[in-house]
Design a binder for this molecule. Sequence first.
Ligand SMILES: [Zn+2]
Length: 206
Amino acid sequence: MPARPVLLYPDPALKAVAAPVQASEVDSVAGELLATMSSYERCVGLAAPQISLPVRVVVVDVSDHPKAETSNGLLVLANPRVVAAEGSEVGREGCLSLPDFTANVRRATRVVVEHLGGTVKCQGFEARAVQHELDHLDGILFLDRVESLVDDVFRRRSYAGSPPDPPGSSGGGGGASSKDSPGRADGLRTAPAGGPVPESRVAPFD
Ligand SMILES: [Zn+2]
């Protein structure tokens, strides 16, 4: 199965709330997600809306990632919802839909997720990845989670020589409201390349 294109911010489909998936569709959607995820090195998760499938399915697999101290292996989560969450920690995240940026995002450190296939408990890096992917099902991107667009968003070093337009500079096309806009581009200042956290430690979620 070939990889599908990954939608890039500010595609309005990334801001939409995905619909519940039918059980009969899960295998097909998961197959598309896994084929796409495997085409990106070190990618640890992907959500169906990112590949233009507007249903509530994500895949996560942190088992090969050095930051993952625990792992449930490959997780296919259909119609997932967090039913318990504990702890709080800021960590760096990346996103295939925002390839030019990383950001410091606060997440719960332990979550319990119910999904079509049962219940799963995740902690640490895996819990972070799961929360990041579940956000995509509700049209939430990591930029919507940062405490400060000025201090917590970083331009990837590999793009430092040809900076892209910062998030929000496209004029808000696509119908995003001010409520869910990631903020005004003219207020965005990113840290110097290679900022406080070396890029090698950045979690390349999806
Ligand atoms: Zn993402």
